[in-house]
Design a binder for this molecule. Structure first.
Ligand SMILES: Cc1ncc(COP(=O)(O)O)c(C=O)c1O
Length: 397
């Protein structure tokens, strides 16, 4: 088996090329909700069974729009996972909010118990990521939020197509945002989508990133924001039609990709179950991850050893997530005030953070493989896991 061949994603076929060429002849800038924008937004909304889907030029800007649309203000108390990709939470910083970082459970996802411990009437929003495509305990998280009538924002950038008890991620929170960046399960190269059932969130999100024609067409004249339809709030986060044409074409095969990844991941899991040192997070029967990645957790010293040996034997697809780390490792979350001179909208300080030992342990102990998506890769996927199991045994001896 050749472990020196890099995992390739996305799959761009002749059909992708055809759709891009077709779009080139139609338009490379769309000012309203027409053409490929309308088609793709309708598809996103109907896939998730949500009323509204709004395109953005990135997942980061879709998250930013979500936070603005919820009416969050500088200094607001927002609870966010301690362990997530930085862009889940950096848009909060740019609104003058330093999030409270909540520890994860053994799965690496926001822990509902740790969340409940930080809840109060002061909390204005809860953010949740379904890390690496594994659904968080979203029903429990939503129950905690409902108790305090606090909106939940789901970052489904890793978990497009993942389900809990048959229900898709992105259908629980008041708002959900997804990245369409190149590595993502559904991709356009770059791009993002905001999902909501809430009319007010929809109008506000338009004013955040879609000034002029879209706002004029879609925000009713009876709404306060119609007065600023031409200008919006000042920023433009419109998507590129070629990126959306790619994402629209990729959407045609999304169920097939998810299905393939599930069967490959099952094979990878079965290789691992014989081993004690490397563990995948426990997955309940009612959970269907999207398998954005296959993350195993072990002791950091075992991980150090495996990473070193994997490099020696030329295994190129093994990754130790580094920048996807507990957020308090980033200076901007620890001490945003230090950078206020450069960007005055940053918060002056961070709140006193609750401890997050699990986030640290899960991150330091994580090893990540891609989940291959074609039948012919099944043996290759098994072989990777098997090799890692052998390396972990070497560590013992
Ligand atoms: C969990 C998560 N949230 C947000 C983002 C930001 O998305 P984008 O890169 O499209 O801005 C990413 C993408 O890398 C991500 O993985």
């Amino acid at each position: 088996m050749d472990i020196s061949v890099p995992f390739r994603w996305p799959v761009l076929s002749q059909s992708t090329v055809d759709r891009v060429i077709e779009q080139l002849s139609v338009s490379i800038s769309i000012y309203d909700r027409s053409g490929v924008f309308e088609r793709f937004e309708d598809r996103m909304a109907s896939y998730h069974g949500r009323r509204y889907a709004v395109l953005f030029n990135s997942g980061t800007s879709a998250l930013f729009a979500s936070y603005v649309a919820l009416g969050l203000k500088p200094g607001d108390r927002v609870l966010c996972p301690a362990y997530t990709f930085l862009a889940t939470a950096t848009p909060l910083l740019s609104l003058g909010i330093a999030p409270v970082l909540i520890d994860c459970d053994d799965s690496g996802n926001l822990c509902p118990v740790a969340l409940a411990a930080e809840m109060s009437s002061e909390v204005k929003a809860i953010v949740v990521t379904h890390m690496w495509g594994l659904p968080a305990s979203i029903e429990k998280i939503q129950a905690v939020a409902d108790q305090y009538n606090v909106p939940v924002v789901e970052d489904i950038s890793h978990s497009f197509g993942a389900r809990t008890s048959g229900r898709l991620m992105g259908t629980f929170g008041k708002v959900a945002a997804v990245s369409l960046q190149a590595q993502k399960t559904l991709t356009g190269g770059e791009g993002g989508v905001l999902l909501t059932d809430d009319e007010e969130v929809y109008y506000r999100s338009l004013a955040v990133g879609h000034y002029n024609k879209r706002c004029k067409n879609e925000i009713p004249s009876s709404h306060d924001l119609h007065q600023i339809a031409v200008t919006g709030f000042g920023m433009k986060f419109r998507a590129h039609p070629l990126a959306v044409a790619i994402a629209d074409e990729q959407m045609d095969s999304i169920e097939n990709v998810l299905q393939q990844r599930r069967s490959v991941a099952a094979a990878m899991m079965s290789e691992l179950s014989r081993d004690e040192k490397l563990k995948v997070p426990y997955i309940n029967d009612d959970i269907e991850p999207s398998w954005y990645a296959f993350v195993m957790v072990s002791e950091p010293r075992v991980v150090d050893y495996i990473v070193k040996r994997a490099k020696e034997i030329g295994m190129v697809n093994l990754d130790r997530p580094l920048s996807t780390c507990p957020l308090n490792h980033h200076s901007i979350f620890r001490d945003p005030g230090q950078f206020k001179g450069y960007y005055p909208l940053l918060p002056s300080s961070a709140p006193v953070q609750p401890p997050s030992p699990n986030a640290e342990r899960v991150w330091r102990g994580s090893l990540k493989l891609p989940v291959w998506h074609e039948k012919r890769d099944l043996e290759l996927a098994r072989y990777h896991v098997n090799t890692l199991v052998e390396l972990s045994r070497e560590f013992e001896s």
